[in-house]
Design a protein around this ligand. Structure first.
Ligand SMILES: C[S@@+](CC[C@H](N)C(=O)[O-])C[C@H]1O[C@@H](n2cnc3c(N)ncnc32)[C@H](O)[C@@H]1O
Length: 246
């Protein structure tokens, strides 16, 4: 268990729960098909990838899946939350991945503005992110996608798993009912989950959810130079999307 406190009602955007120790169980209650989402993203990575950049690694759940899928990869895992990074770090040694995973405390919004300041490195075979980029404005998403594109090797891939903006009020209601049904299947309710959430304002370039439609995401990826772009997985308001570097 990490030495610092795990609980705080004031959290960074994206930390979700007031107690970090609640995240791994809580996110599986809150989000329909969380594991399937991360597995779908992971399966779209080339197994021979050597250098992978992960943006917003949280407690390391996606890192673990990637390290298992890509047996010779080194993962650079970025998060601006020291508490989340500490939780991720604690999982890597018992899983046998301590030598292949490097946690880095940095804001990927800062990196989008000035890639030299964070020391994240370059020449990645893949970049991945789950449930993190949607905290930035579309303008910042576009900047970030360009930086990612610039830091990938030829043949590289970028996959992002994120919630998307419903295209109509009917779809918004449908996606919401899917989430509530899921919560009920997990034996809980939105009201109960809300009692465990932290409250966040703005941190760096991230703030509360700033969702974009899937179409907008694909346009931003295309404008950033990804070709082709693709959506390998979608379940109502959640999708895995990204693209390739020629
Ligand atoms: C909802 S969690 C998801 C964690 C993990 N990717 C997963 O799928 O379980 C989002 C994470 O992104 C991080 N995050 C959000 N915005 C960030 C930013 N601008 N720079 C670095 N980390 C960020 C948060 O601290 C949090 O750990």
């Amino acid at each position: 268990m990490p030495a610092t406190t795990t609980q705080s009602s004031q959290i960074f955007p994206g930390e979700v729960f007031a107690d970090v120790a609640d995240f791994d169980h809580g996110i599986r209650q809150l989000l329909p098909r969380y594991d399937e989402l991360l597995d779908a993203l992971t399966r779209c990575l080339p197994v021979n990838a050597q250098r992978i950049l992960e943006l917003g690694c949280g407690t390391g759940e996606l890192s673990l899946k990637i390290l298992n899928h890509c047996p010779s990869a080194q993962v650079v895992a970025v998060d601006y939350s020291p508490r989340m990074l500490q939780f991720a770090q604690a999982k890597m040694h018992p899983a046998g991945y301590a030598n292949r995973w490097t946690g880095m405390e940095a804001d990927f919004g800062e990196w989008a503005h000035n890639p030299t300041i964070t020391g994240i490195g370059t020449h990645f075979d893949a970049c991945v992110s789950s449930l993190a980029i949607h905290h930035m404005t579309d303008e910042m998403k576009g900047k970030l996608f360009q930086q990612i594109r610039n830091h990938l090797n030829p043949g590289g891939v970028f996959w992002n798993a994120d919630p998307i903006l419903p295209e109509s009020p009917l779809l918004a209601a449908t996606y919401q009912s899917i989430r509530e049904e899921w919560l009920n299947q997990q034996g809980t309710t939105l009201a109960e989950i809300r009692t465990r959430l932290g409250s966040s304002s703005t941190q760096g370039y991230s703030s509360q959810d700033q969702l974009a439609t899937l179409t907008n995401h694909l346009q931003m990826l295309t404008q950033s130079g990804f070709e082709p772009v693709a959506v390998p997985w979608k379940y109502y308001g959640l999708a895995v999307f990204g693209g390739f570097v020629a």
